[in-house]
Design a protein around this ligand. Structure first.
Ligand code: PEP
Ligand code: MN
Length: 253
């Protein structure tokens, strides 16, 4: 399946759909993003949707698809787990577990992830300070698990033209204040695909160890977050730009 190295020689791009909609669609995305240079495949199975009436994800069925598509495409996989009760089962299918923004303060979940030692992608809560985010990581570390990648995904501000406000300063701050890799999810920060390229470049400029990008073959038909998802061609262009520009000479740690 291959391994992703965060904090290594080049930025890691995690790419995939907001929600897994079918195995065929996931495979199409996985093969394409891998060819473009993605190092890891994402895909939501249990979706923490703001409205209970929105598509909630295909659940455990999607986790099974994610594992088999990841193996077929040669990409390690990450997906969100919403509750402690899902963790043990899901870890049979995942290389990395995602703790979402709405769950950053779920201390029992963080503690259990710490105990089981699984690699974790820890998103910043949209109402959390940088210090609270780092303290959430410490809940995992306290149990002896240091396999943590922090993910900045924007915070809630008074600005209505974007879904959240990408707090770019949190990237060098978190990198200076901890030894953990920090990736940025510009899609959930912006909520609109036209900002994904500039925010990605800004993130790498600020020293981010990688990016998490939502990708869909037909974003206009996506069951969730289509407006902020890149199509396969736009993702290839983004990955090429990341390869071309890479990191600035000084990475603030
Ligand atoms: C996601 O990555 O699919 C997601 C729900 O993100 P967040 O927790 O940052 O809203
Ligand atoms: Mn999403």
């Amino acid at each position: 399946m291959g391994a992703a190295e965060f904090g290594g020689e080049s930025p890691v791009i995690i790419a995939g759909p907001c929600a897994i909609e079918s195995e065929d669609m996931l495979l199409e995305i996985a093969v394409s993003v891998k060819a473009s240079g993605a190092g890891m495949l994402r895909g939501g199975a249990w979706k923490p949707r703001t409205s209970p009436h929105s598509f909630q994800g295909l659940g455990s069925e999607a986790m099974v698809m994610l594992k088999s598509v990841g193996e077929e495409a040669g990409l390690p996989v990450v997906s969100e787990v919403l509750a402690v009760s899902q963790l043990e089962w899901a870890l049979e299918y995942l290389d990395m577990v995602q703790v979402g923004a709405r769950n950053m303060h779920n201390f029992p979940l963080l503690t259990e992830i710490g105990r089981c030692g699984a690699p974790v992608l820890l998103k910043r809560g949209f109402m959390a300070t940088v210090e609270e985010w780092l303290l959430a990581a410490e809940y995992v570390m306290k149990e002896g698990n240091e396999k943590i990648v922090l993910c900045e995904r924007g915070i809630r501000t008074f600005e209505p033209w974007t879904r959240a406000t990408l707090d770019i300063s949190s990237v060098p701050l978190a990198r200076q204040s901890s030894s953990l890799p920090v990736v940025v999810d510009p899609c959930h920060a912006a909520g609109r695909r036209d900002l994904v390229m500039p925010l990605s470049m800004a993130s790498l400029g600020a020293g981010a160890d990688g990016l998490m990008i939502e990708v869909h073959p037909h974003p206009e038909r996506a069951l969730s977050d289509g407006g902020q998802s890149l199509n396969l061609g736009d993702f290839a262009a983004l990955a090429a730009a990341v390869r071309h520009y890479g990191w600035p000479p000084e990475r603030y740690r």
